[in-house]
Design a protein around this ligand. Sequence first.
Ligand SMILES: *Cc1c(COP(=O)(O)O)cnc(C)c1O
Length: 383
Amino acid sequence: MNKKNFFNNTRLVHHLYDPWSHYGFINPPVFRGSTVLFTDAETMERGKQAYTYGIHGTPTTDVLCHAINDLEGAAKTVLVPSGLAGITVALLGTLFAGDHLLMIDTVYHPTRCFANNMLKNLGIEVEYYRPGAVLEKLLRSNTRVVFAESPGSNTFEMSDISAMVVAAHRIGALVMMDNTWATPLYFRPLDHGVDISIQAATKYLAGHSDVLLGTISANEKYAHLIDNAHRLLGMSVPGEDVYLTLRGLRTLNLRLEHQQKTALALARWLETCPEIDKVLYPALESSPGHQLWKRDFTGASAIFSIVLKKGGKREAYSFLDHLKLFGLGYSWGGFESLAVHVNLADRTVSRTDYPGPVLRLQIGIEDFHDLKEDIITALQSIR
Ligand SMILES: *Cc1c(COP(=O)(O)O)cnc(C)c1O
């Protein structure tokens, strides 16, 4: 039976783990531990044993690595303690002093902070490009990494990943992508030529706001660099968090399908509200990135932003403070709806003038009508 042909729900139930590798128990055990005993001195010296030390992996971490390899179509996946660590470890493992890094300007803010501080201090040139930029004009002989995030954080602009891959590979640069928004169920970067795909598993993969975890998945060519960086930097993750992420993965497709449906219905309705200028969500036909999204992605996750027609901080705060079901909190991808006032002051080459405040909504698994009522009350407060 060719497992590759399964649909997503079946894959996530049957493909993550072989129960017969642990006496038929349908979930893997949580291994804890630093020390692993060797059978004899020679085996110890040669290190030729499946497991040698806790930091280099356990049967629990292997289950998640194999599952993510399968979902991403990757040769190698490593686990790190957060999504941000996924980004920092991947960049530290692939950049050298004197290299030029091209980074999308709509990037997740902490990624920019890392690049502007630590990478610049290490002698790496950091340059930002706007979504849709013609990469050929920006690539240099020393460009080593093109960092993509599509759609971008908070404003959700799409990039033409395939075109970027062609341009970057022509000069020998690699393309790295933060694929947290789509998850590997709705976009598989490596299938489109991306070399390294990063997930904040904290978000949809774990899915329950109780875990911080990141994954880095590489193709054959960059597998050894990612593996090295992971080892050299001493990255280790708790077995319990790996277990919780595996538990979350089982329902990833179910959650995404439900949350996407509610998010799209809310986004379509919000577009018609008189208080709202725009809804920034590539799944909407009105979005400038819609054609690219439709061409490349097989679904949309449930986070988007609304732009108010007018007002500033006072209106933004009033909207947020009148929400009862949407919590005010960072992160997303969990079961609960969240809202946040977006700050775009860090943008350099992709500044857009919006007529009013930008508010990001993460749609949880609550019911459409309840969330709609909640938003109506919040919108009424700013009339
Ligand atoms: C949240 C987020 C991260 C970081 O994930 P953490 O696990 O919170 O460190 C990285 N990229 C994007 C796009 C995110 O939204």
